[in-house]
Design a protein around this ligand. Structure first.
Ligand code: ZN
Length: 272
């Protein structure tokens, strides 16, 4: 019995030492029990750490403040449908690339993910591919009381709880304006920039959709912090945007039109 206790104590001591070593040497972005550090590139635990900010607005605002981002609490929203409820939302006021419009309400995980995406991907990629820093991004919306797929699906959109961000335009310091709608196709630096920022978004957000996914995203990137990881680089075969399929992809025959779906190519932020 005594030797069993000694063995147990030895193993417990080894376990404590291992945890202490992991805590000391492994970057916090890989450790789900550590708070989010928005100055770091995304790691194995970043998604979980950002999820934990969803219902802890004080921790969220503190994590943003730690990297120089000022965010203010936003009023709760109760929309026309019961699933349209925004709680613990924030508005980013300064410290990140400015969003237009400036008073966007977003969930804390989306605000935190935006800051990481902006700093780790969008700004460096703009410098690298376009040779200019960004001075702003134009959002096509965060909150919208509707179901997925422009209201046609059964489940609520992440926009119904302001847990999604649509970005349609990037404003450069040298005066250029890059739009997703006009810049996506081709292989020039603008298209390269847009595809790389989409790919960077996939490293931070849960779901990222763009023009090569379906018609509803022809003019913007949809980035959300919902429950499922979904970053398709293959088109949705039921709703394909002509001319944007990857090489070798078989374009399916045209689908019969759906009543009420005609507006899906408009500039409105229709998406998930
Ligand atoms: Zn969207």
């Amino acid at each position: 019995m005594r030797s069993l206790l000694i063995r147990f104590g030895f193993l417990a001591a080894l376990g404590v030492i291992a945890v202490l070593l992991v805590n000391a040497w492994v970057p916090s972005r890989h450790l789900p029990w550590r708070p989010a550090d928005l100055s770091q590139p995304p790691g194995l635990a970043t998604g979980m750490q950002l999820d934990q900010l969803a219902a802890d607005r004080d921790a969220c605002i503190a994590a943003l403040a730690a990297v120089g981002v000022v965010a203010a609490p936003a009023p709760d929203i109760d929309g026309a449908e019961p699933f349209c409820r925004v709680r613990y939302g924030v508005r980013i006021q300064s410290g990140a690339t400015p969003l237009t419009p400036r008073d966007l309400v977003m969930s804390c995980p989306v605000a935190a993910a935006y800051v990481v995406w902006d700093r780790q991907y969008v700004q460096p990629i703009a410098q690298g591919t376009l040779g200019s820093r960004l001075t702003g991004m134009v959002s096509y919306g965060t909150y919208s009381c509707r179901a997925k797929n422009g209201g046609r699906a059964a489940s609520p959109s992440e926009h119904a709880v302001a847990n999604a961000l649509d970005i349609g335009e990037f404003l450069l310091a040298d005066g250029r304006r890059v739009t997703v709608k006009d810049g996506w196709n081709g292989d020039d630096p603008t298209a390269e920039f847009l595809r790389h920022v989409r790919d960077g978004g996939c490293e931070v957000f849960r779901t990222v959709l763009g023009p090569d996914y379906n018609l509803a995203h022809a003019d913007h990137l949809h980035l959300d912090m919902g429950h499922s990881d979904f970053c398709p680089h293959q088109p949705d075969p039921t709703d394909l945007l002509p001319g944007t399929a990857p090489q070798g992809y078989q374009t399916p025959p045209p689908q019969p039109s759906t009543p009420g779906a005609e507006n899906s190519t408009s500039a409105s932020p229709e998406s998930i």
